[in-house]
Structures are given as C-alpha cells and as structure tokens.
Design a protein around this ligand. Structure first.
Ligand SMILES: Nc1nc2c(ncn2[C@@H]2O[C@H](COP(=O)(O)OP(=O)(O)O)[C@@H](O)[C@H]2O)c(=O)[nH]1
Ligand SMILES: [Mg+2]
Length: 314
C-alpha cells in the first residue's frame, strides 16, 4: 500500500519532549486510519534525545530515526527529513511540543479540500516571550514587504506539503524561515490555517538574538534570488548606471570649474565623491556580469532548470 503521510520532526536537545511528542502525534494520526510514518531527525543532540528515539523505535516500525553526526541546524535537519520521507503528503513540525499534533488533521483537510500544495500553520495566539513575538511580528512584516509573500507566520514550522513541492527546496543555513516565500515564488499554491500554540514546558529555545541578524541577511539573499536569480545584471547594472552617471556628471562639473573658473579640483570633497561613484559604478557592472556568469553555471549544473512543470497531459 502506498504511504499516505510522513511526519517530519527535527529535534535538537529535546530529550524530555521526545516521548510526549511521539505519543501525541500517534494518537492524532491513529484515528485517521491512514498509512503513515514518523521521521525524527536527531540533529547531533548532546543529551539523550537519540536514546529516547531508539527506545521508541524498537516497538514501532512506523517510526524512522535519522541521526546526524553533528549539529547541522534546523534547515539541514528538515531537508534530511524531507529527503527520506516517502509519503504523498509531508507534515513538518517542531519537537518541542509547542505545536499541537491535533492540528495535523485540519492541515490535511485544508490541503485536500482546497487543492493546495502547502498549508502553513499560523500561531495567531502565540505563547512565547513578548520580545520574541515583537521581533517576529516585525520580521514577518519585513518579509511580506520584500518577498511579496503574504502568509502571516512564516516562522511556524507546522505545515503540510504535497511531497512534490518539497523536492527542489534548497534549505541551506537558516533558510527554513523562508520556505513559503521560496515556494510561492516557484508557483506553488499556499494556504494557511490558525493553529494552536503552547508554551515550551521542557528544554530551552535554541535561538537567541543572533537570529535577527541572520534572518535579515537570509531575507536579502532570498529576495535577491527571487527577483534577480536569472538576470543579476539587471540589479547590478542598474546600480552601476546610476552611480556612473552621477559620478560622470559631478566630474564634468568640477572639470568645468577648473577649466573656466580656475578652481582647484583635488582639494574638495566633491572630487572624492565623483571618483568613488565612477569606480563603484563600474565595479557594479563587473560584479553584475560575473554574477550572470555564475548563474548560468548554476542552472547549467545537475540539469537544474529555471522552470518547474506542474503536470503534463498526454
Ligand atoms: N535552533 C535549532 N533548532 C533545531 C536544530 N536542530 C533541530 N532543531 C529543532 O527545531 C525546532 C525549533 O526550535 P526552537 O528552539 O523551539 O525554536 P523557537 O520555537 O522558534 O524558539 C525544535 O524542535 C528543535 O529541536 C538546531 O540546530 N538549532
Ligand atoms: Mg519552539
């Protein structure tokens, strides 16, 4: 029988959460009467997370455990889980019990009923410290602004995907925060539902303020990739044109001052500005051309395509 559902859960130092999380998932899925598997990815935990998983898996052949050699991060763990998932549909969630497995059937229902490719959870009543909620709200706004993707909560990892949509998802660094943006850019249909969110009872959060900086840098890369991955010369070239033009005009102006009014060139700030603008402008052109070459190499590799076919009718 074909596998209907894979539940993928990255876990890093979550020893106390593993067993309850596993039990909650099982009791949410059993009543559905579908063929499913649960995949935990132990991301190089230093506590007894793996032991817990090993014990549980002895009595349950639906439970798969992937163990990383060392800590590779949440994105890598997600990617590994997705790579090993055989289900037609994949649900991802956190191991820390903050997500509620009872929401899984709701996600599945929405996915089927509305013929979507991805359904995202929205922690509308989020049980996290105020500072975190505040930063998250701001980050979500910024993301909507930059990427044009309109899901409310892209930090919530409780989601259901049609397997196909996860296949070409590049999850490097901490890019898991931008999965909905990356998918909508590829043309997948995305929906969301409000999901339950609970306080963290055991263990600690693995992220601190550094995620703000990293998240912002990732946002820049995602946005750049989304808008200009095929034509980087468009953005670098435009900046090059603006700066070179500006530098050219200013140079012309100070040269005229020198020639006709005898005013010295080198001892004024404008001189520096004009030369800098010209040089940086030309740099942008060359960076743009280099980026263009790199992108051609990127897409030329491994049969990567710059499009994705949804289906072919024959
Ligand atoms: N931060 C972090 N989380 C990881 C890593 N690997 C797996 N995870 C899991 O990702 C989930 C979310 O992490 P958490 O610290 O609760 O993030 P928060 O809820 O946003 O504070 C948890 O289930 C972690 O166990 C990792 O290297 N870093
Ligand atoms: Mg959490």
């Amino acid at each position: 029988m074909d596998l209907e559902l894979s539940v993928v859960i990255p876990a890093y130092n979550e020893e106390e959460n593993i067993e309850p999380c596993y039990r909650e998932i099982t009791s949410a899925l059993e009543p559905l009467g579908i063929n499913y598997e649960i995949i935990f990815v132990d991301d190089g935990s230093k506590d007894s997370t793996f032991k817990e998983l090993q014990n549980l898996s002895k009595n349950d052949n639906k439970l798969k455990v992937i163990k990383f050699r060392k800590n590779f991060g949440q994105s890598a763990a997600l990617r590994a889980g997705l790579d090993h998932a055989a289900g037609r549909i994949i649900v991802t969630m956190d191991a820390d019990l903050q997500n509620d497995p009872k929401d899984i059937p709701k996600l599945l229902e929405k996915l089927e009923k509305e013929d979507l490719d991805v359904v995202c959870g929205w922690r509308f009543d989020r049980k996290d410290p105020l500072s975190k909620k505040f930063v998250s709200k701001f980050a979500n706004r910024l993301r909507t602004r930059f990427t044009g993707e309109t899901i409310h909560d892209s930090g919530c990892t409780l989601r259901a995907y049609v397997k196909e949509s996860t296949e070409d998802l590049e999850l490097y660094g901490e890019l898991h925060r931008y999965i909905p943006a990356m998918l909508s850019w590829k043309g997948y249909r995305i929906g969301e539902i409000k999901t339950n969110h609970r306080e963290r009872k055991y263990g600690k959060t693995k992220y601190d303020w550094k995620r703000i900086v990293k998240g912002f840098l990732d946002l820049l890369v995602v946005t750049f990739w989304q808008k200009y991955s095929l034509r980087p010369i468009h953005i670098f070239g435009s900046m090059g044109i603006v700066l070179s033009f500006f530098g050219g005009i200013v140079s012309l102006y100070i040269v005229i001052l020198r020639l006709f009014y005898g005013i010295g060139i080198t001892d004024r700030p404008l001189f520096t500005v004009s030369v800098m603008s010209l040089v940086i402008g030309i740099q942008f052109f060359t960076i743009g051309i280099l980026a263009d070459i790199l992108v051609k190499i990127y897409y030329g590799q491994n049969g990567r395509k710059n499009y994705l076919v949804e289906r072919i009718i024959e």
